[in-house]
Design a protein around this ligand. Sequence first.
Ligand SMILES: Nc1ncnc2c1ncn2[C@@H]1O[C@H](COP(=O)(O)OP(=O)(O)OP(=O)(O)O)[C@@H](O)[C@H]1O
Length: 629
Amino acid sequence: MTVPDASTADEKMPPPPPPASLTFEGKHGRNPLTDAGFTAMCRRLPSVLGHTARMAWAVDRPGVVLLLACQLVTGVAAAVVLTFTAEAMAHVLGSGSVSERLHGALPALVVVTTAAAVGRISGALSSYADGRITPLLTTEADIALVAAVCRVESSAYGEDGFADRQEAAEVGVTRTRLMVQDAQRFMSALIRMTAASGVVTALHPLMLPLLLLAVLPAGAGAVLSARVDYETHYLNVGDRNVRSMMRWWATYSRYGDEVRANGMTGYLLYWYRALSDRIDRRSLTAAPRMLRIVLTTSALGGAFLLCTWSALAWLAATGRVALPVAATAVVAVQTALAALGHVVIHGAAMFHTSLYLADMRAFLDLAAERAPRRGELTIPERVDEIRLDEVVHRYPGKDEPAVAGVSLTLRRGEILAVVGENGSGKSTLVKLITGILLADKGRVLWDGVDLAQADPDAVWKRTALVPQGFACWPLRARENITLGQPKTFDDGPVWEVVDAVGMREAIEKLPRQLDTLLAKELWGGAELSGGQWQRLVCGRALYRRTPLLILDEPTSQMDARGEHAVFLEIRRIAAERITVVVTHQLENTRLADRVLVMDRGRVVEHGTYEDLVHAGGLFAELVALTKDR
Ligand SMILES: Nc1ncnc2c1ncn2[C@@H]1O[C@H](COP(=O)(O)OP(=O)(O)OP(=O)(O)O)[C@@H](O)[C@H]1O
């Protein structure tokens, strides 16, 4: 394992700590294998088949009809091949000259050839139907997952095990691709097996039980291997989740400068390798178990198979079955054996896939439970007053509330500045005002409507937010402004906000102006500076023209000109809305009608800039600190 460069520079430095050991546990961590034995597999198969069939039916009905028809034709063709093989054998091994015997067998051989050809064609058509259905099915599952995550209450992200369950569900989405294939192969093998078993049983009743014995060990082996594989996957979910996040953070071009200039590469690679080693170790522990399972079940299967062939030889040698019948039996046994083997193998594969699909479905159920269920109340177009009544919010796992009993009234036309030291609860307060988070205690009322009972979409339709950590969408410049509200028929309103945030010159210099893709690291296009991005994000909020405008540290990366332009615009449009600005630039609070000072989740001071600066409290202290440099 490589030790990071920074540490090796000093021999006495302790080795870096390994990544924390994470397991897919938490309160949702219940390994589904605890109830997935062999009987559970048999019980699960019809429901998994049914669910897949319903999903497939919803996305491609003609494809499903084609698939089912092909399965049926394949089965009938297999039965015809076997039946007419028996007839052909009877002629070939019967009495008469060679040419007479061949002549007699000819019609049956023609039927066998035709049925075999039909079977092959329907097999090819089945694969075609699978190829049609599977991509649509995977896309549907994928979109369902993305939509579910986008809709959950934002508090769900902080829930124990939520991210790991999402990661497990992502694997379920990728495994959806195998489900139709597994189901199709299972069904086709089942039909072929039924046809062949009928023929075999007709030849001698002893043959079928012997055949079953020959393939059952292989089936048990496949199920046991699937369990071991899933168990390993289950143990690795947490580590894989962290590893893929680390991978993204370490390789994302936006963070490349920090990684390089702070000498992080060595440690990040150590981290990445340590996690990968841990995952590999678990997988390698599983390998000998798998080998033991395969060897044991193969040996058992081989022994039973020997018994089957010996029994057939004995039946023929003792005259219990006629020679032509014995010859057909060889073909039928081969067919039944192959089909039975496939039934068991593909049944086990479906069981395997169904374990992952179960994770996906369980996550979708969880996400549905976490979807907002607040009520249907709507919010008027124009909001005159937002009132907070003793509002408290505590994040899960925290002892202290982030907002600890805040009462406040915001009125239309007013600008409120919120200040306070790091961690004092400003951003949390903003999230409570917008209904992103709901109050644990107390109420947030928009014109008398309690946000806990209001339709969140109605609330967010009337909200524009510049969050502290904003997104630089890999979209065109235009969509980076209109995203969330693409209402323009021409670019007039877009240019208006571009002007308001002083970005006209920068946008006009882009190769395709508003059409320029702002995603250099992905597909070319252009890149903006940090401050330019922040101006654009402010433009995005201003473009919405909503009754509530909230800006959380909106100008932290801007130059003086940008900051001036943004605050001028905020002032200009303030009469029409309620505006909240969170800032550490205390001078900027001069533009506000009122300043709210927060400390440890509480409002400790409240007034105009002039009042507070002379009040000798926390605000005055913070202002003095900004001047003492
Ligand atoms: N998602 C979260 N989960 C758990 N705790 C959180 C979360 N977000 C914030 N906190 C905690 O809540 C408290 C208030 O955080 P908040 O982000 O509201 O502070 P802030 O005043 O906006 O700070 P800053 O000035 O640094 O932006 C902090 O103790 C923080 O650790």
